[in-house]
Design a protein around this ligand. Structure first.
Ligand code: AMP
Ligand code: ZN
Length: 430
């Protein structure tokens, strides 16, 4: 099933023509209305008329988070304030937030992209979506909410937290679809397990959309198995509307990035050079339809690769891989580059590991991995604990090539976050 079939299965040639037409409009709009872009263009001696092909966009400047911060609050706005109907800010971890504005049309287009994603994963009007993302300045919940309403499903604006109430809502209103972070999904699973609830029997769940933070295939498998549902990966960032930028179809083999709304490029994060399809690099996105706040060649910092080839579902928009890491999340210990997700993948592949873990960077050559494990193991023989610790240490070593100290903890020891979780504690910078 499709929401906007013509555009979802458009031929590559027609899609590229549409992209070029929209790119030219976007460049002109940015140049005319956003002083930041006009200055930038003139420094590089570029005029909108120089953008005559999709390749010519390499001449355009890259926009960074810092640019958005420096232009906070209104500097990136391309329309008058009267035309703006919504403000979101990005959750960025440091410094000033970034202000993201939506016009009425922007809100509507973002909702259409979500509607495409929901229909693509089999949602129908009789579905009930429990939205456990944070409502408010964060885009995660509201953008999904508007898209789901557009499709016509019943949306429960639960927000995160208050897990017992979440469970009651799920049972009372026969929730079929969840939208939440992977860390909260794991926490929800552990609460249900402790309450003796079986989500396969006592509930009506069919699917969950997990996004807003990185997670591995192993975590997906764990959650799918526990809840008896299909888990679909959902990628987005506030600067590009929030959720609905890229989403998995029922093939679950990479996320279709809606290329009629965004141009994607993969660059080498060091040199800024564009990389060929199939190579890992930083995702750079250009908005093609945003009225209030067009953004050109935005450095997402997210490391991905474009999956070559066609998808069986028939959609022609290319797919990106799971987010491999953020270029600024990379940990360097003893000169080895490590992404926190590599550690997560190892941990979630081990049955006795529960849902929560933390990576503590003690110094430039020592790292501790603190991990919660099944409660029953603490009631059994000590040698089981020793064996498990050795197993985790060994598996980590073969993945990340260094020996980390492993600490086993009882469930509930580590803090649980309702929004995005903080997995890495860097004592080196404290
Ligand atoms: P925010 O702007 O606060 O919504 O944060 C956006 C960032 O969250 C992205 O740039 C990614 O780093 C991360 N993110 C969002 N969705 C996913 C996902 N499905 N997998 C991994 N990381 C994600
Ligand atoms: Zn597909």
């Amino acid at each position: 099933m499709f929401w906007q079939k013509d555009i979802e299965i458009i031929s590559r040639r027609a899609l590229e023509e549409l992209q070029l037409k929209r790119l030219k409009q976007t460049v002109r709009q940015a140049w005319t209305n956003v002083p930041f872009y006009r200055d930038y263009f003139s420094k590089l001696s570029i005029k909108p008329k120089d953008i005559t092909s999709l390749n010519a966009m390499q001449k355009l400047p890259l926009t960074t988070r810092e640019d958005l911060r420096l232009n906070y609050p209104f500097g990136m706005l391309a329309v008058t304030q009267e035309q703006v109907v919504r403000l979101h800010t990005s959750s960025g971890t440091t410094g000033k937030p970034k202000a993201i504005f939506f016009s009425k049309k922007d809100v509507d287009r973002a909702a259409d992209l979500i509607a495409r994603c929901l229909i693509m994963t089999g949602v129908k009007k009789d579905d009930v979506l429990q939205n456990m993302m944070t409502y408010g300045l964060f885009t995660g919940a509201l953008v999904m909410h508007y898209g789901a309403e557009k499709v016509g499903v019943l949306v429960i604006p639960a927000g995160p937290g208050n897990t017992k109430r979440q469970i009651a809502l799920m049972q009372d209103f026969k929730t079929t679809t969840l939208h939440l972070t992977p860390s909260y999904a794991l926490y929800l699973a552990s609460v249900m397990h402790n309450e003796g609830l079986d989500p396969k029997k006592d509930f009506f769940l069919r699917r969950a959309y997990l996004g807003s933070e990185p997670y591995s295939e192993e975590t997906r498998n764990k959650i799918e198995k526990f809840f008896g549902i299909d888990v679909y990966n959902s990628y987005g960032l506030s600067e590009m509307n929030g959720p609905g930028v890229a989403f998995e179809c029922m093939e679950k083999d990479g996320m279709h990035l809606w290329e009629d709304n965004f141009i994607m490029e993969i660059i080498d994060p060091e040199s800024g050079e564009k990389l060929p399809e199939g190579e890992k690099g930083e995702l750079v996105l250009t908005t093609l339809c945003r009225e209030a706040m067009p953004i050109l060649r935005y450095r997402t910092r997210d490391i991905v690769m474009i999956i070559p080839g066609k998808c069986k579902c028939g959609r022609t928009h290319r797919r990106i891989s799971r987010i491999i890491g953020r270029s600024d999340d990379m940990i360097i210990i003893r000169g080895v580059n490590i992404f926190p997700q590599q550690i997560e993948r190892v941990l979630m592949g081990i049955k006795a590991v529960a849902q929560n873990y933390q990576i503590v960077l003690e110094s430039y050559d020592q790292m501790t991995v603190r991990v919660e494990i099944s409660k029953d193991l603490f009631d059994g023989k000590v040698e089981h604990l020793v064996n498990l610790r050795n197993e985790i240490t060994e598996k980590l070593r073969s993945e990340i090539l260094i020996r980390a100290k492993v600490e086993l903890l009882e469930p509930g020891t580590l803090p649980v976050s309702e929004g995005k979780s903080t997995r890495v504690i860097d004592k080196r910078t404290l």
